[in-house]
Write a protein that binds this ligand. Structure first.
Ligand code: E4P
Length: 217
C-alpha cells in the first residue's frame, strides 16, 4: 500500500520523505490556506522534493475553467496529479485531462456510484473521504470496501486513494480491505509507530540497563 501525506507543510513532508514513508502528497484549498503559502510556489517545492504524484486541486466550478486551471497546475511538474471535485463538470475535466495523459485525482467522493463514474471518466485516483462519512455516522470503511469490490468486478485500474483519514485504525482497515493508497496527515502517519506496550517495554529495558552500569559507546 502506498502512503501519501496529506499536507502542504514542506518540513513535515521532508521529514517523512527522508524516512522513505512518502509515496506521494495530496493538497487541497484548505491545506494551502493552512500553509500560508502561494499555491504555485509551494506545489513546485513539493514536486521537487517528492518523486511520486503530488495532487494539486482546481478551484473553478465549470469544466472549461477547471480544464484551464488543471493544465496550468500540470505544467508545474511531471508528477502533478490534477485534483478535481466529483461533480459533473469535474468528471468532464477528468475525461479531458486523463485523455491528454495527465494523472487525475477525483476528490470529494462519498458514494460507490460516484467512484464508478470517476473510473469510467479515466481517473488515476479516486478519493473516498472516510472521516467525513464517519462524522455523519456513515461507516466510511464500508465505502472503501464497496469500491474495492466494484473496481475488481470490472477490472477498473483507477487506484483507490483512501482519504480523510483521521485515525491509525483507518489506515489498518484500508490496508485490510486493499485500498491502493492512503493519504493521511503527518501526525497520523507518525502515530502508526506508537504502541503503549512499546513505550512500557522500552522503559523497563532502560531501567534494567541503567542497573548494569554498562555502556555500549
Ligand atoms: C484528501 O485528498 C483530502 O485532502 C483530505 O484527506 C481531507 O481530509 P479531511 O476530511 O480531514 O479534511
Amino acid at each position: 500500500m502506498k502512503f501519501f501525506v496529506d499536507t502542504a507543510e514542506i518540513d513535515a513532508i521532508a521529514e517523512l520523505n527522508d524516512l522513505g514513508m512518502v509515496d506521494g502528497v495530496t493538497t487541497n484549498p484548505s491545506l494551502i490556506l493552512k500553509s500560508g503559502r502561494d499555491i504555485l510556489e509551494v506545489t513546485k517545492e513539493i514536486c521537487d522534493l517528492v518523486d511520486g504524484p503530488v495532487s494539486a486541486e482546481v478551484v473553478a466550478l465549470t469544466a472549461d475553467e477547471m480544464i484551464a486551471e488543471g493544465r496550468k497546475l500540470a505544467a508545474i511538474a511531471d508528477n502533478i496529479a490534477v485534483k478535481v471535485p466529483l461533480t459533473w463538470d469535474g468528471l468532464k475535466t477528468c475525461k479531458v485531462l486523463s485523455g491528454e495523459g495527465q494523472m487525475v485525482n477525483v476528490t470529494l467522493c462519498f458514494s460507490a456510484n460516484q467512484a464508478l463514474l470517476a473510473a469510467k471518466a479515466g481517473a488515476t485516483f479516486i478519493s473516498p473521504f472516510i472521516g467525513r462519512l464517519d462524522d455523519i455516522n456513515i461507516d466510511g470503511m464500508e465505502l472503501i470496501a464497496d469500491i474495492r469490490t466494484i473496481y475488481d468486478n470490472y477490472g477498473f485500474d483507477t487506484q483507490i486513494l483512501a482519504a480523510s483519514i483521521r485515525t491509525v485504525n483507518h489506515v489498518t482497515e484500508s490496508a485490510r480491505i486493499g485500498a491502493d493508497v492512503i493519504t493521511a496527515p503527518p501526525g497520523v502517519i507518525k502515530a502508526l509507530a506508537s504502541h503503549p506496550l512499546t513505550d512500557k517495554g522500552l522503559d523497563a529495558f532502560m531501567a534494567d540497563w541503567a542497573k548494569t552500569g554498562q555502556k555500549i559507546i
